[in-house]
Design a protein around this ligand. Structure first.
Ligand code: FES
Length: 76
């Protein structure tokens, strides 16, 4: 049995930023600061970053006791 390679992403970027938008995000009732997700997406586009760095607004990334968790991955 052979395993065929899956095609890679067609868009080459310098990296990816993944921001958690789940329970750690903006829970001001739990004393987490608010996260301006709409502003972040608008600024990402305005600064023409989508062609350079992929932005993903994600669910839980793991360290939920931290506030507004972001993962930055570079290179390819
Ligand atoms: S909910 Fe944000 S890291 Fe888990």
């Amino acid at each position: 049995m052979s395993i065929k390679a899956q095609p890679g992403p067609t868009r080459k970027t310098m990296g990816q930023v993944v921001a958690c938008l789940r329970c750690c995000r903006g829970r001001t009732d739990q004393k987490h600061p608010a996260v301006p997700a709409d502003w972040l997406k608008a600024e990402w586009r305005r600064r023409e970053l989508p062609e350079k760095v992929h932005l993903t607004l994600s669910g839980c990334l793991g360290p939920c006791d931290a506030t507004n968790v972001v993962l930055v991955m570079s290179g390819g």
